[in-house]
Design a protein around this ligand. Structure first.
Ligand SMILES: [Zn+2]
Ligand SMILES: [Zn+2]
Length: 138
């Protein structure tokens, strides 16, 4: 008989991330959500599995500007390591910038600023179209 407790923690973490593809999470946020499904899971198990998912290239780690807490995003394909992500400060939704637009932007910054931006470490934050429309209608 299969029950939730037979599911490996790694599969639970993956399932959680796949269900929330367009957001990023701290370890604690993942822990709190997964614990609702499996109260046997502990924080160190989550950490261990997260590290192995990063090594497998399934999870993108973002250290953050203040290094206070890292966030993690599920990688749908390898492109996520090479393009920019936009994150809405209202709803938290993450969108992916296309490869061409990312390259154009990188080139422009390099040419004008002599600065090499690391797309995999960059979240451009602002307000998404949905949230902007809500605001206007309000
Ligand atoms: Zn992406
Ligand atoms: Zn939004």
């Amino acid at each position: 008989m299969q029950n939730k407790y037979n599911t490996k923690p790694k599969e639970q973490i993956l399932e959680f991330l796949k269900n929330h593809k367009n957001k990023r999470f701290t370890v604690n946020e993942m822990y709190e959500s997964i614990r609702l499904e499996n109260n046997n899971i502990n924080l160190s198990t989550i950490y261990r599995n997260i590290n192995s998912l990063i090594e497998e290239g399934v999870l993108l780690k973002h250290q953050g500007n203040d290094s206070k807490c890292a966030t993690y995003q599920y990688i749908e394909n390898e492109d996520c390591l090479a393009h920019f992500h936009f994150e809405c400060i209202k709803c938290g939704r993450v969108s992916h910038l296309g490869a061409k637009e990312t390259n154009d932007f990188l080139k422009m910054i390099k040419r004008t600023m002599f600065f090499e931006v690391e797309p995999q470490n960059t979240y451009i934050r602002g307000i998404c179209n949905n949230c902007k429309n809500v605001f206007i209608n309000f």
